[in-house]
Design a binder for this molecule. Sequence first.
Ligand SMILES: [Zn+2]
Ligand SMILES: [Zn+2]
Length: 334
Amino acid sequence: MKAAIKSGMEKFEIREFPAPEINDDECLVRVKYCAICVWCYNEWLRDGTDDIYGPGLTGHEVSGIIEKAGPKVKGWKAGDEVLVYDALHCGVCPECASGRETYCRDVRSLHKGYAQYLAAPAANLFAVPEGIKLAPASLITDMVGTSMHAIRRAFSVDLGRDTVTVWGLGPVGLFVVQGLRTFKGVKKIIGLDPVESRRKLALELGADEVVDTIGEGVEERLLSENGGAGVNYAFNCVTAPKAIETAYKSLRLNGYLMNITGSIKTADMMEKRVDGSWYFFKKEYEENVRLVLEGKIRLDPVISHIYPLSGINDAMEMRSKHPDKSLKVLIDCT
Ligand SMILES: [Zn+2]
Ligand SMILES: [Zn+2]
């Protein structure tokens, strides 16, 4: 099979490898699409050839078709269209047993998506919902899953939802905007991004207002919410320290900052909640699919490009260096 391997700074190379062997409880998946995530292009941007993942690299937003099911696999057969849940988990520890796979004591990432085939445990497969094509479907796991999990986690604490900010209107931010729209009590969603085309799309996908983060007076503008108290919830989908700091400062007291990406270091921590979120629990998939099927979360507007596996370097460049032209970029691995 062909698979990408890191061969230098900003350089993946396509080489021939044997298709992976599968264990009895695994399926061999013929990868159709693998969408590029922040992790992936950060790996591409990085110097060095010490690829820690091996053939297939960091890719983890995979849709594909089962080529072969191991002898102990139940419920899956060759030809089934599937999505791959990237969090490998033991399935038996107390966390797994309670449906919180990402808290598993043995959790690891599969990360082998930029290849023609990958081996995945049957427990890590979801059926592609009927009526959804494999290209947009690749966004349902990480993009919709991560965004919805972060919102559910943040809203499990009820601090009022009158004004919610979303920092960064790239793919994750755009799914957070759409996801927020599905929750009761959210009165105003303010999206923030320096790129005009992304702000425009956020308005189409459910933001009530957008703000250019390059402009002056952003913090003052946000602090005017709630009669001058500030913002209730901020969802951070960027890594720029200045933006994260402003997201925090513009919260009202007892407000909540959910960091989906990035981390916060500020000297004047006040009585506000700072939290993080990673990926999602398998039990959330069904509800996420329902929102997609009902058209409440739209996948297609967030896809900007599809490149063949042989064009993976161009794809990484487009995704990482041209935020004004690109959103979600997919690799067609066939
Ligand atoms: Zn991802
Ligand atoms: Zn476990």
